[in-house]
Write a protein that binds this ligand. Structure first.
Ligand code: PLP
Length: 400
């Protein structure tokens, strides 16, 4: 007797859906998801070709529009996030571009958290402004500031939570209510928590964007991104922009990200435990001025973190007691941790945000965002903490 196939994954737990949702097995009965490395798809006859080009037609035509491997990734991520639709993109930045193209038009106004990834603030302040979309930046911590920045033409609130690298949180529920009362949508960048640790849609956000390059991949191999949300805005409107404009994810990258999703929960939990222990260890050091991690009792928004995140994630930032030269010297004396600007890898990464990821901001913008010269970011990976602490000891020794 043929076994019945599961088609609805909504009653399964997250860890099960991360491994199985979205996979429609092909005629070869493959167990692992297949990579459909094809740019186009063939039609049985001319009539079928014409039908596939009808606006509402389903089925594959060309991989800028749809591809079965990419679709499996999209369906799996949408399922984990509790969204109706997902569009995979070539990078995290193109996910943000797509979300803005779908949700905004010339003349609209955006309010963006001041504590966002450097390229995101440049995207809004220098690129979107050329297309008639103005942005005001406000502190993520000050709801009053968001309220005061609202204009009659405000249509989007954009925030990253927790922020990079200082781990500031926005209250997704409160901010979404403010956005909705003012004819706006809330877009949340959930790249640091992933749906394993935080589900912004269930807290009221309208659209979630991801850099899949980070934790979803998990081993630093591919660049990619995704937008998740409802069928109308994401599944229909953004999809129709996507198929024309074309920042599509490649099938190979989608396959790598699918494999990443299978271990995402294990990795996010293990990384969070390591990061919190490392944060506590750093906090006890006399050479350290301040440590930033949402799992620490000293985090000013600890209660909010407990409310909206399952754990603190893998980013630990800290300020040493020293100037820029001493901070660079500290970093240069570590050996095991990779000196790189990426994060979300099994390999722990050490970064100097002020001169790399946030180096394109003006001094004033860095000052306002708290990206000081003595700040170091560690994106904790999966190595043994004994070795990570020993590596940091080499940095501390350089301060003597
Ligand atoms: C929070 C956040 N969002 C978006 C991006 C952009 O993602 P990508 O590099 O995949 O374009 C990054 C990259 O570091 C990021 O840290």
């Amino acid at each position: 007797m043929p076994r019945k196939k599961i088609t609805d994954w909504s009653n399964f737990q997250d860890e099960t859906r991360a491994i199985r949702a979205g996979h429609v097995r092909g005629p070869e009965n493959e167990h692992s998801e297949a990579i459909f490395a094809t740019s186009s798809f063939i039609f049985e006859d001319a009539e079928m070709a014409a039908a596939k080009f009808e606006p509402d037609s389903k089925g594959n035509v060309y991989s800028r529009f749809t591809n079965p491997t990419v679709r499996t990734f999209q369906d799996r991520l949408a399922s984990l996030d509790g969204g109706e639709a997902c569009i995979a993109t070539a990078s995290g930045m193109s996910a943000i571009l797509l979300a803005c193209m779908g949700l905004l038009k010339a003349g609209d106004h955006v309010i963006c958290s001041r504590s966002v990834f450097g390229s995101i603030s440049i995207f809004f302040s220098k690129i979107m402004s050329r297309f008639g979309i103005d942005t005001d930046f406000v502190s993520p911590l000050d709801l009053e500031g968001w309220q005061q920045a609202i204009k009659p033409n405000t249509r989007m609130f954009f925030a990253e939570t927790p922020s990079n690298p200082l781990q500031e949180l926005i209250d997704i529920q409160e901010l979404s209510q403010l956005a909705h009362r003012n004819n706006s949508v809330l877009v949340v960048d959930n790249g640091f928590c992933t749906p394993v640790l935080q589900k912004p849609l269930s807290l009221g956000a309208d659209v979630v964007v991801y850099t899949a390059t980070k934790y979803i991949d998990g081993q630093g191999r591919c660049v990619g991104g995704a937008v998740v949300g409802d069928q109308k805005r994401v599944g229909d409107e953004m999809f129709s922009i996507m198929r024309t404009v074309g920042p599509a994810m490649s099938p190979f990258n989608a396959w790598v990200f699918l494999k990443g999703l299978e271990t995402l929960s294990l990795r996010m939990n293990a990384i969070s435990v390591r990061a919190l222990e490392l944060a506590g260890w750093l906090e006890a050091r006399a050479e350290v001025e301040k440590v930033f991690h949402t799992g620490l009792d000293s985090h000013p928004q600890r209660e909010l973190a407990k409310k909206q995140q399952k754990a603190g994630g893998g980013i630990v930032s800290f300020r040493i007691k020293g100037n820029k030269e001493q901070t660079w010297n500290f970093i240069d004396h570590t050996q095991l941790m990779s000196l790189s600007a990426n994060l979300g890898d099994a390999k722990t990464i050490i970064t100097h945000p002020a001169t790399t990821t946030h180096g394109r901001l003006t001094q004033q913008e860095r000052d306002e965002s708290g990206i000081t010269d003595n700040l170091i970011r560690i994106a904790v990976g999966l190595e043994d903490l004994i070795d990570l602490k020993a590596d940091l000891e080499k940095g501390f020794a350089s301060l003597k």
